[in-house]
Design a protein around this ligand. Structure first.
Ligand SMILES: Cc1cc2nc3c(=O)[nH]c(=O)nc-3n(C[C@H](O)[C@H](O)[C@H](O)COP(=O)(O)OP(=O)(O)OC[C@H]3O[C@@H](n4cnc5c(N)ncnc54)[C@H](O)[C@@H]3O)c2cc1C
Length: 280
């Protein structure tokens, strides 16, 4: 049986992590299922009593989402429309009980290729704030998640927040998930998009697809092809398999690579059509 610590002070938490290896615990919804049937032997650092890791706040040119913000708290928060994609994803993270316990940083640190929070946050150009005794640093989310269940987090670092920059133009955002059934399901493919629109035209586009590569990927060729297009119904027709090149889906129990590639084209096209159908 290992140690269990639940500090209320961030310095104390960072000191504990600097001293010896500890497993960070937030909502436990990824942690516990990974340990079913065996005692928890490692030392645990529970971060849920750390006030600086809580809450959602506007901070100059970005919105700061505390690491231990739960999915249900995110859903209830009054956020601008460019968070609509992340909110749609929040609604898809398990059922309500999971959304009441699971945190945003837990989803990112677990770094599952099928983590629903990752594509919408990559499409929002989010960054991850990390703190340790050695200092603070901020990494783009796309650089933080380095592969299937791998991140750039040092063993002595805590994720303290997710930082989402404000878009330069009015923006709209969406998220779509394909699973074997409608709810309570691990994604076969999911897609998130943020479109910045000026004068009826796409001024900036950020599209990310999850569950089709070890970590969710943005689609730079598709994003470039969307710039300057009228943000109007039919926008999804721009999507073609050739524009989804960074994706490298695999065959697994949930679907074949070919199915995933095909589904990604359809999902992204529908998402763009839905977003282009609304008013700027
Ligand atoms: C029944 C069920 C259904 C689910 N459905 C979905 C789903 O549909 N979509 C989906 O994406 N996920 C799903 N999940 C997974 C999970 O709920 C989410 O990934 C959730 O956001 C994890 O957050 P948590 O706070 O519970 O993480 P925890 O389990 O507490 O931690 C997860 C990992 O992150 C690390 N960690 C947590 N916080 C920090 C921090 N601040 N700093 C450093 N490291 C940290 C932990 O050490 C651990 O490695 C499901 C889980 C269950 C049990």
């Amino acid at each position: 049986m290992g140690l269990y610590r639940r500090p209320t002070d961030l310095d104390e938490a960072m000191a504990a992590l600097a001293e010896s290896p500890m497993t960070v615990l937030a909502g436990g919804t990824d942690f516990y299922p990974a340990r079913v049937g065996r005692p928890v032997a490692e030392d645990i650092l529970d971060v849920t009593a750390l006030a600086p890791l809580r809450g959602i706040a506007e901070a100059g040119d970005h919105i700061r989402i505390g690491a231990t913000t739960r999915w249900s708290e995110l859903l209830a928060a009054p956020l601008p429309p460019w968070f609509d994609g992340l909110k749609l994803a929040a609604r898809e993270v398990g059922g309500v009980q999971i959304q009441n316990a699971g945190t945003i940083a837990g989803n990112l640190c677990n770094a599952s290729p099928a983590a629903d929070g990752v594509p919408p946050l990559i499409a929002l150009d989010a960054a991850v704030e990390l703190a340790s005794r050695r200092g603070w640093r901020v990494l783009p989310l796309a650089a933080f998640i380095t592969g299937n269940r791998r991140t750039a987090r040092g063993a002595d670092e805590l994720v303290t927040a997710v930082l989402v920059p404000k878009p330069r133009h009015p923006a709209r955002a969406g998220f779509a998930k394909l699973g074997a059934r409608q709810y309570l399901v691990i994604s076969i493919v999911m897609a998130a998009a943020v479109l910045e629109v000026e004068g009826g035209q796409v001024a900036a586009a950020r599209i990310a697809v999850g569950a089709c590569s070890p970590a969710a990927r943005r689609l730079p060729d598709l994003e470039a092809a969307l710039i300057g297009r009228a943000c109007a119904p039919g926008l999804g027709r721009v999507v073609s398999p050739a524009l989804l090149t960074p994706l490298s889906p695999i065959d697994d129990v949930r679907g074949t690579a070919d199915y995933r590639r095909d589904a990604a084209v359809t999902l992204v096209a529908r998402l763009l059509d839905d977003l282009a159908g609304g008013g700027a």
